[in-house]
Design a protein around this ligand. Sequence first.
Ligand code: UT7
Length: 335
Amino acid sequence: MVTPNTIRQTRIGALATYVPPKTLDNHQLSQMVDTSDEWILQRTGIKTRHIVEPGVAASDLGKEAALKTLAQAGLTPDDIDVIVVGTTTPDMFFPNTASLIQTKIGATKCWGFDVAAACSGFTYSVGIASDLVAAGRCNRALVVGTDVMSSITDYTDRTTCVLFGDGAGAVIVEPAVEEGLGIIGCEYENDGTLWPALQMPGGGSLHPASHETVDKKMHFMKQDGQTVFKFAVRKTEEITRKVLEKHGYTPDDVSLFVSHQANRRIITSAGERLGLPESKVMMNIQDYGNTTAATIPLALDDAIRQGRLKKGDLVVLVSVGAGFTVGSVLLRWAF
Ligand code: UT7
């Protein structure tokens, strides 16, 4: 019998992803801006990315991932108690994307909300959902990371447009079924001092949308790439060590290191600092680019498909994003 404030172990019980069919590869981008396949591949590791057709929004990608996840888990939409959505590109300011996904999948018995943590949207959302389930507040959470980064990308700015793609991933967070298999712990940090290095300045309450904000392209993301890069390498290592140490593990114990996929060089450097062999460092940025809240579920999905992630494996999920937000989830893979 679960009563409010019962603390119980939780797990990720199912996972699925969705990317829109249309792709935009480096050769196509080199026809649009002054760049090359060689530069993009060397500096970022990205070869191609998926991009939505006009009119397709974050809730549409999230819906597809959510329905696939429910089917995989053998659940119906009414089995979900709460929907937690990590997104930086909600369909609209309001209603929240969770409400839109709720109605699109036909889940009638749940509540839900969005989490604004940029590239840490997935790690933050999993942790929040896990705490709700652990406390007995909810029995089953649908966690969705979904982003349509193409909607806030300036395709005349070569310094950002080569980096991002669109996609979604969804997991079920529920009580653990087998002892020891599930979420072990989560660690989070914010550092607001560096916020100017990655932002979308226009359209919010500071600079409400106007002809001027549009003329100045303030509705597109702006980035100081090198500041983000250095912070990401340092914090990816630090938060990984922090979550491992807190629970009595070392990097040597990790079976698979699944970092947010923003740049191949960030992931490789962090992996090297942690002393991890390449075989334990998940990399699939080449196929999707940076899909913000969707990178980690997309990486987990590919790891399963490639036979690199099995039941019982010790996995660490790590992200660094605008804010800056820093997140990590340590778990024993449960299926
Ligand atoms: O999820 C969190 C979000 N973002 C990130 O994690 C991104 C972190 N940062 C990065 O990934 C890298 O800083 C970038 C990939 C964005 C840039 O790589 P970089 O090695 O830091 O390059 P840079 O900004 O120092 O630019 C080097 C040169 C510059 O030319 P000059 O000034 O040396 O003549 C840029 O103008 O490369 C130029 N450049 C390009 N050239 C061809 C910048 N973008 C491009 C491009 N194609 N797309």
